[in-house]
Design a protein around this ligand. Structure first.
Ligand code: 13P
Ligand code: MG
Ligand code: MG
Length: 363
């Protein structure tokens, strides 16, 4: 059976700062979506990461479907009304346009969608991050799909051995979408050359070379490209199919335990480690350390099993303790050097304006 998974995510307001959506907002969004289960949708699951609400929708309408996107838009709009009534911070933050124009691309919410023929057992996971950018997934996904030091399946399984194709987007191209497709392992150095620059290049999708099947898709929306100014971080989502012809679910653990430094956190203007957390975790008051959560599901005729929280078992408490140290170490140097983003990535204009004024004082 051909199934589409659509993961749609938006920040539509949060309690006491950029922390988490209120229970009432979440309930409203869930209510709107639930009404369509058994009609437009086969199934749905709603959760949050930090201040972002994530909708996982399964259906048979294909990607970029107008009715599915319209439903998500309606849920986010009605949720925004509740957020406004409650006086939540940044109510409607990611809904950057007033009117729905056919699909959610270019309107603000993050979109990651995949259509595939369901396998007899179809395990997959949804990754959702807060206080960071789409390129934050570059290193974990590169290591899981291309590096046998992390992904032993690349050596052990004949299904994985021919490698994976990486489709990488140039986020600096704002006029139209611009992609390159590179095969691992032959083009490994070229892939690394692009992915190291996570502000500019982001993995958009990954494909099995042996089977031509799609393994992963990442949302690549840059809010700044839509709004022309900083309105919040791009807080990406991804869908990753696992097992058999793809890396195993547990092969993604060590790559996320690395917690690489990524762009984001407070005012979207610094570098901090990407901390793996449980789903439905509020943003951290420790300088909004970037966070990623992962929920794995099984799928049967488009219906979702209960989820398993990938970063909830005891190992992750030890990982988090180390990531906290890494985060605190970076914060100790405040605004200096790599702690703050380079000029062209700074989301606030304050420093650029002061520099201009100071340049006039030089003699
Ligand atoms: P969000 O993008 O998660 O709303 O965070 C914005 C911000 O600037 C936090 O300091
Ligand atoms: Mg916010
Ligand atoms: Mg957010």
């Amino acid at each position: 059976m051909k199934v589409t998974l659509s993961v749609l995510k938006a920040d539509i307001g949060s309690v006491g700062g950029h922390t988490l959506p209120s229970r009432k907002v979440l309930a409203k969004v869930e209510e709107v979506v639930r009404e369509e289960v058994g009609r437009l949708l086969l199934d749905a699951y709603v959760f949050h990461i930090g201040d972002d609400i994530v909708l996982l929708l399964s259906h048979t309408r294909g990607v970029r479907n107008q009715e599915v996107h319209a439903l998500a838009w309606k849920a986010f709009r009605e949720g925004t009304e509740v957020a406004k009534a409650e006086g939540l911070y940044g109510a409607g933050q990611d809904l950057l346009k007033d009117a729905f124009t056919g699909n959610l691309h270019g309107l603000g919410p993050q979109v990651a969608e995949m259509e595939f023929t369901e396998r007899p057992a179809e395990p997959f996971m949804v990754l959702a991050a807060d206080k960071t950018e789409p390129g934050a997934f570059n290193l974990p996904l590169y290591l899981a799909f291309a590096d046998p030091m992390y992904s032993s399946g690349l050596l052990l399984s004949p299904e994985l051995r021919p490698g994976f194709r990486f489709r990488i987007m140039d986020l600096a191209q704002t006029e139209r979408d611009s992609y390159i497709e590179l095969d691992a392992p032959e083009r490994l150095y070229d892939i690394a050359t692009l992915l190291r620059d996570s502000h500019r290049f982001a993995i958009e999708s990954i494909w099995s070379r042996k089977h031509g099947e799609q393994a992963a898709v990442v949302s690549t929306t840059r809010l700044r490209n839509i709004a022309g100014r900083y309105v919040g971080k791009d807080d990406p989502v991804a869908i990753v199919r696992t097992q058999k012809i793809f890396p195993a679910t547990e092969e993604f653990g060590p790559v996320f335990a690395l917690a690489p430094y990524v762009a984001g956190d407070t005012r979207g203007s610094h570098h901090m480690p990407l901390m793996p957390v449980r789903a439905n975790t509020p943003a951290s008051t420790f300088f909004c350390v970037p966070m990623v959560c992962g929920l794995a599901f099984s799928l049967r005729e488009g219906r979702l099993s209960e989820p398993v929280d990938l970063f909830a078992d005891p190992v992750w408490e030890a990982v988090r303790a180390k990531v906290v140290e890494k985060a605190q170490e970076m914060r100790r140097q405040g605004f200096f050097g790599p702690a703050m983003l380079p000029m062209e990535e700074l989301e606030y204009t304050g420093i650029a304006e002061r520099l201009k004024a100071l340049e006039r004082e030089f003699s």
